[in-house]
Design a protein around this ligand. Structure first.
Ligand SMILES: [Zn+2]
Length: 596
C-alpha cells in the first residue's frame, strides 16, 4: 500500500491543519522543511505481539491502522531528529495521537480542498490546450472558466455540543466556518473562504474583535448604501472593494451580496450567542472587563470597606467555625471566595462566587481611594444559580443587600460601644432597617436599557437622554424606515396629549418654522416624518429629534400618566433595541494591553 505520508495532498493538508506548525514543539515550519512521520513506527506492524502491546498501551482499538491519518504528524527537522524530548516519549506519543485524532476533520477538509484545486487547475490546463489547438474559442474559454467557478450552494450547518459551538455557512461563492462565543470562552473566531474567480480559494481569518468591529455594523443594510465597514467602496456597478482583516480584494456585485448574506447569518448567531451567555450569567446590566471577558465589574467601593470585607472573610473561614456566616475560603490575598464545606439551609456545598478587587486607574494617573469589585467565573461547566455558583446579578444582590450591611454591622464602633452595656445591642435585621447602604457603593448601570423598568416620568427622561447621548456621537445609523417613523410618532404623541410645550426649543432643534400653536407644531413634525424616506439617518437628526422629545416630556411631566409613559416607551422600542445591541457589541470588544 502506498504510504499516505508520501502523498502531496496529505502533506499539504497536515501542514495546514496544524497551522503550519510543528506538532511537537509548536514552532512554525516552512513547507519545504516539513517532515511527516508516523507517530507509532510502522515497522512494528510485522511483529504481532509488539503491535498488540503498543496498541493496548495507548488505549487504541485492535483495528487501528498505523498507515492512517490517525497516526501521522508534521514535525520540524529538529524534533524529528531529536527523539529525546524533555517529556517521556510515551507521554508525547499519547499527546500526539490525541492531537491527530482531533485534527482528522480539519485534515480531511484540507485534502478535499487540495484535490478540488488540483482538479480545477487540470481543467483550466485542458481548456487552454483546446484554445491553442483552435478547438475552443477564447470567448467560450472565458465563459467556461466563469461557469465552473464552483458554487458552494446554500447550506447552514449547526454543530453544537459541550466541546464546540461551530457554525458552517455556505452561500454560493462564499463560505464561512466559525466558532461562536460560549461560557468560559466568550471569544469566537471565523474563517472565510471565497470561490470568486479572482481570489479563488483565498481564506481569511477574523478574530473576536474583528468580527464585532467589522461584521456587526450595517447588518442587513442594502449593499450599495456602503454602511458595512467591510465594503470599502464601489468601483462600478459590478465591482466592489472589500476589506476583511488585513486583506483587501475585489468582488463582483453578486459575490458581494453572497458575502453580505453569509455575514448577516453569522453575526446574528454571534450576537445571540453572547446574549445567551448574558442570560445564563444574568449580567447584561454589568460590564465585562475589557481584558478578560470572563470577569464582570460589580461595584466600586472605598478601599477601607474592601479591607473590612477581607477581614470579615478571614475571620469567618469555613474551616474555623460553623456559624451561619462561616461561608468563606480565606486562602489567597485580596480575594473573597464564598465557600461551603457542608451544605446549609441557605447554600449547598461548594464555591458560590469569587470576587477580587481592581484598582480603578483606567482614566486617571492619580492614585485613587476606590476599588472595583469584580465577579470572576472560575467554575467551569457549573450550574449558575442561587444554590451553586452565583450569577453576576445574584452576587451583586448578595454583596449589596447582605454582605456590605453585615460587614458594616460587625465593625460599627458605635454599636460595639452600645453592646458594652449602656444600651441593648441592635440586631442585624434592625441595623439593616435603620441604615441605608447604597451610598457606600457606585454602580455603572447604563449599559442596558430595560424598557420594562421605565415606569416614572424621570426614568423616561433619563432613558431618552441616554439615547440622545449615544446617537449624538454616532455618525450615521441604519434603522428600518418604520423605526424612524416610530420615533417621530413618539414626539407627535406627546404633543397630542399636551396643550403647551417648549415651542422655541423644539422648533429650533427640528429646524422648522417657529410657532406657538401646538397643532401647527404637530403638523410640521408630521410633515418632517413624511420626508424621511430611507432607513439611513445621520446621528445629528436623531440627536435633535431626541432632544425635542426629552424637552417635550420635561415640559409636560406633570400631566403624563403611567399608561402614556408606557406608550411613549413603546414608540421608542425599535431604537432602544438598536441601542442595546450596539452597547452589547462595544461592551464585548476587548483591549488587551499589558499591565506593567
Ligand atoms: Zn519541532
Amino acid at each position: 500500500m502506498k504510504q499516505l505520508k508520501g502523498k502531496s495532498e496529505v502533506r499539504y493538508a497536515l501542514w495546514q491543519a496544524y497551522n503550519k506548525k510543528c506538532a511537537i514543539c509548536g514552532e512554525p515550519i516552512g513547507y519545504t522543511q516539513l517532515q511527516i512521520d508516523h507517530i507509532i513506527a510502522e515497522s512494528i506492524e510485522k511483529d504481532h505481539n509488539e503491535l498488540y502491546r503498543v496498541l493496548k498501551k495507548y488505549d487504541l482499538h485492535k483495528d487501528f491502522q498505523l498507515n492512517s491519518l490517525y497516526n501521522l504528524r508534521p514535525a520540524c527537522g529538529y524534533c524529528n531528529r531529536e527523539k529525546s524530548y524533555y517529556e517521556a516519549p510515551e507521554e508525547i506519543t499519547a499527546k500526539l495521537l490525541r492531537k491527530a485524532k482531533n485534527k482528522i476533520s480539519d485534515v480531511n477538509r484540507e485534502i478535499q480542498k487540495y484535490l478540488e484545486e488540483s482538479n480545477y487547475a487540470l481543467k483550466i490546463e485542458t481548456m487552454r490546450k483546446a484554445v491553442k489547438s483552435g478547438e475552443l474559442k477564447l470567448e467560450e474559454y472565458i465563459d467556461q472558466v466563469n461557469n465552473f467557478v464552483s458554487d458552494y450552494g446554500d447550506e447552514f450547518v449547526e454543530y453544537e455540543n459541550e466541546f464546540t459551538n461551530f457554525r458552517s455557512i455556505k452561500y454560493n461563492s462564499v463560505k464561512l466556518d466559525g466558532y461562536l462565543p460560549r461560557l468560559n470562552e466568550p471569544e469566537g473566531s471565523c474563517l472565510f473562504t471565497f470561490n470568486s474567480f479572482y481570489i479563488r480559494g483565498m481564506s481569511i481569518t477574523l478574530t473576536h474583535n474583528e468580527i464585532l468591529q467589522t461584521l456587526f455594523k450595517g447588518t442587513k443594510t442594502p449593499t450599495d448604501q456602503l454602511m458595512r465597514p467591510y465594503i470599502v467602496d464601489k468601483l462600478s456597478e459590478d465591482n466592489y472593494i472589500i476589506q476583511l482583516g488585513s486583506s483587501r480584494f475585489n468582488l463582483s456585485k453578486d459575490e458581494t451580496m453572497h458575502l453580505c448574506e453569509v455575514v448577516d447569518r453569522f453575526i446574528s448567531e454571534y450576537i445571540v450567542a453572547i446574549e445567551k451567555i448574558e442570560k445564563v450569567l444574568t449580567c447584561k446590566e454589568f460590564l465585562p472587563l475589557s481584558n478578560d471577558l470572563t470577569k464582570y465589574k460589580l461595584i466600586k467601593i472605598h478601599k477601607k470597606l474592601w479591607g473590612l470585607m477581607l477581614k470579615f472573610a478571614d475571620e469567618h473561614d469555613n474551616y474555623h467555625g460553623n456559624g451561619k456566616w462561616h461561608i468563606f475560603d480565606s486562602s489567597g490575598r485580596n480575594i473573597i471566595k464564598v465557600y461551603n464545606n457542608e451544605p446549609t439551609p441557605q447554600y449547598n456545598s461548594g464555591f458560590h462566587c469569587v470576587i477580587h478587587s481592581l484598582v480603578d486607574s483606567n482614566d486617571s494617573w492619580e492614585p485613587t481611594e476606590e476599588v472595583w469589585l469584580v465577579w470572576w467565573d472560575v467554575e467551569k461547566n457549573k450550574n449558575y444559580g442561587i444554590r451553586d455558583y452565583w450569577t453576576v446579578e445574584q452576587t451583586y444582590h448578595w454583596l449589596t443587600n447582605e454582605f456590605i450591611p453585615l460587614v458594616m454591622y460587625s465593625y460599627d464602633s458605635s454599636l460595639s460601644r452600645n453592646k458594652l452595656g449602656f444600651k441593648k445591642g441592635v440586631s442585624f435585621d434592625e441595623y439593616k432597617e435603620l441604615n441605608t447602604f447604597n451610598n457606600l457603593y457606585f454602580r455603572n448601570s447604563n449599559r442596558y436599557i430595560d424598557i420594562y423598568k421605565t415606569t416614572r416620568v424621570n426614568e423616561l427622561i433619563e432613558l431618552v437622554n441616554s439615547l440622545q447621548l449615544y446617537y449624538s456621537v454616532t455618525t450615521e445609523t441604519y434603522l428600518e424606515k418604520k423605526a424612524i417613523d416610530s420615533i417621530y410618532d413618539a414626539l407627535i404623541y406627546i404633543l397630542s396629549i399636551s396643550s403647551d410645550t417648549d415651542f422655541y426649543y423644539i422648533c429650533s432643534k427640528l429646524n422648522i418654522n417657529q410657532t406657538s400653536d401646538i397643532n401647527h407644531l404637530r403638523t410640521q413634525v408630521y410633515r418632517k416624518k413624511k420626508n424621511e424616506k430611507y432607513g439611513k439617518v445621520s446621528g445629528g437628526v436623531l440627536d435633535m429629534l431626541l432632544r425635542s422629545i426629552s424637552a417635550s416630556i420635561e415640559y409636560s411631566q406633570e400631566i403624563i400618566n403611567p399608561d402614556e409613559i408606557k406608550l411613549i416607551t413603546q414608540y421608542l422600542e425599535p431604537m432602544i433595541t438598536d441601542y442595546n445591541l450596539n452597547k452589547l457589541v462595544s461592551a464585548y470588544l476587548t483591549s488587551k494591553w499589558m499591565f506593567l
